[in-house]
Design a protein around this ligand. Structure first.
Ligand code: PGA
Length: 241
């Protein structure tokens, strides 16, 4: 694992955007799998600025989103469809046909998940997987459990996650309790993985990711088995290392 500790959130966002830019410049048709949440917002902002300065061209890039709530329509401001479109895609020149987002309100969850995995495969797999991390060590919505699912699948969100994500909703009752997530298989098969974490609340999860025993109870520990992982964290998230 390549661990990069930076001063603060701004430096983290810049370092993450620089890594993405290097990948896209080296391989313009890079297949990205992208997270939502608070952590990557600064990275998306930096990437948009690089695009506006003419430093990156996303016209050949392909993007999958990592997960999606069930029960929220794409127009819901807390849906990850809405987040990805508004935070990133509508500000860059990625082609609409190269954007893949999970439909959390599908009538046929099995077909939706199977189709998503098929689309990842048809695009040659993920070149660069970008991840945040839950306080509980989840990746995407692969929650701590007695077993992990390698494929895109439906998840019952853990109480920890529902509680953590309630900060984006009016109250905890509004937080969806189910979600779809890309599974550990596609994540672990990505050519390169970049994990981002900021703030003291992530320090225990980051410590486990790097130093913990590999366990399904802590999904991020599986990254220890991947040959090309870069972890970029700020000083606060590194405080327990
Ligand atoms: P955050 O979420 O970036 O909002 O902290 C990360 C996650 O839960 O995976």
């Amino acid at each position: 694992m390549n661990l990069i500790i930076v001063k603060d959130y701004q430096e983290l966002s810049q370092a993450a955007a620089d890594l993405v830019a290097r990948e896209i410049i080296a391989k313009p048709d890079t297949v990205l799998c992208l997270p939502t949440g608070e952590t990557p917002i600064g990275m998306y902002r930096e990437l948009i600025q690089k695009y506006q300065r003419g430093e990156i061209d996303f016209s050949e890039a392909v993007a999958f989103s990592l997960d999606e709530y069930c029960s929220l329509s794409p127009e819901h401001p807390q849906s990850y469809y809405y987040y990805m479109q508004h935070t990133f895609f509508r500000h860059i020149n990625i082609k609409a046909e190269n954007i893949y987002l999970l439909n959390g309100i599908t009538q046929d969850i099995v077909a939706e998940c199977e189709n998503y995995d098929k689309q990842i495969l048809e695009n040659g797999g993920i070149d660069l997987q970008i991840l945040g991390i839950g306080n509980n060590g989840h990746l995407g919505f692969n929650e701590p459990a007695i077993s992990l699912n390698s494929k895109t699948h439906l998840v019952n969100l853990s109480d920890d996650t529902i509680h953590a994500n309630s900060r984006f909703f009016k109250n905890i009752e509004e937080v969806p309790t189910k979600a779809l997530t890309v599974g550990m298989g596609a994540i672990m098969k990505a050519t390169k993985i970049m994990l981002l974490a900021s703030g003291e609340k992530k320090t225990a999860a980051i410590n486990k990711t790097i130093n913990g025993l590999i366990s399904t109870r802590s999904p991020s520990t599986f990254l220890q088995l991947h040959p090309d992982v870069t972890i970029i964290i700020d000083k606060d998230a590194a405080s327990k290392l």
